[in-house]
Design a protein around this ligand. Structure first.
Ligand SMILES: *[C@@H]1O[C@H](CO)[C@@H](O)[C@H](O)[C@H]1NC(C)=O
Length: 263
């Protein structure tokens, strides 16, 4: 069954290699997703890119595997961007002062693939830079819900990533569809998504971006690319909400300024 699925997909995929999209999406209206963050992770010799999203003026959520790399020394967050290769006036570039990877994160199977980054300074909130609310612990998406993901990731199976922000709609699927293709799927902490009919998907470079359903972030684009299109497992934010709140509180406590009104 698994082999059949893979073969079918390999077949469908061939005519698509090289076609430009997020995969199968469209360019986002510039600044229509003002919560989107572009993350650049660097070590001494390499840099890589991911997505993320602003949930507080000084806090960004992303996927743990984006920063859990050998020798990561610096993470830079760009907010307010549309074309990431240009120096747009709307852009705010802020370094992450620190980040907390979920203690149960496992690279194998991308379990608990979530990281909270604390920015060195607060972003300036304006038309182009805004926060998005996250799903509460008791708010679960329903099978069949249509959600949107956006990112600067690859638009085909080959590099490079996209210059401009792109978006695509994906449907929430039954857990058993993901369970069938991966023994690492965990229904409590993951959301199974995808479009079973068309070649629509997130791809390399989109990791860390939000799955937005009904104007709230419900998922985080996670890893696993054996099958580039369908289905995909994202981190389920409602499951992690208590952990996120706790970390945000910690961030604030560490933030007490030396002098009153100095912020
Ligand atoms: C930097 O990252 C690259 C790619 O992930 C890795 O191969 C390399 O060993 C890392 N360098 C250091 C100094 O950690």
């Amino acid at each position: 069954m698994l082999l059949l699925l893979l073969l079918t997909n390999a077949f469908v995929l061939l005519p698509w290699a090289g076609a430009g999209r997020i995969i199968g999406g469209r360019e986002a209206v510039p600044h229509s997703r003002p919560y989107m963050a572009y993350l650049k992770t660097q070590n001494e010799t390499h840099s890589s890119a991911c997505g993320g999203f602003l949930i507080r003026p000084d806090a960004v959520l992303s996927a743990a595997h984006c920063v859990d790399k050998k020798g990561t020394v610096r993470v830079t967050v760009t907010l307010g961007a549309h074309n990431i290769r240009r120096q747009e006036r709307s852009q705010q570039k802020i370094r992450a002062g620190k980040w907390v990877i979920h203690p149960q994160y496992l690279h194998k199977g991308f379990k608990n693939d979530i990281v909270l980054l604390k920015l060195k300074k607060k972003a300036e909130i304006n038309d182009n830079v805004q926060c998005i609310s996250i799903a509460k612990e008791n708010e679960r998406v329903r099978v069949g819900d249509l959600c949107t993901v956006s990112g600067w990731g690859r638009t085909s199976l080959d590099p490079p990533g996209s210059d401009v922000l792109r978006e695509v709609e994906l449907k929430v699927q039954e857990d058993k569809i993901c369970q069938r293709v991966s023994s690492n799927y965990q229904r409590q902490s993951m959301i199974c998504v995808g479009d079973e009919k068309e070649e629509k998907a997130t791809y390399k470079g989109d990791s860390g971006g939000p799955l937005v359903c009904n104007k709230k972030a419900h998922g985080i684009v996670s890893g696993g690319y054996e099958n580039p299109f369908f289905p995909k497992a994202f981190a389920r934010i409602s499951h992690f909400e208590p952990w996120i709140r706790k970390q945000l509180k910690r961030f604030s406590l560490q933030d007490i300024p030396c002098f009153p009104f100095s912020d």
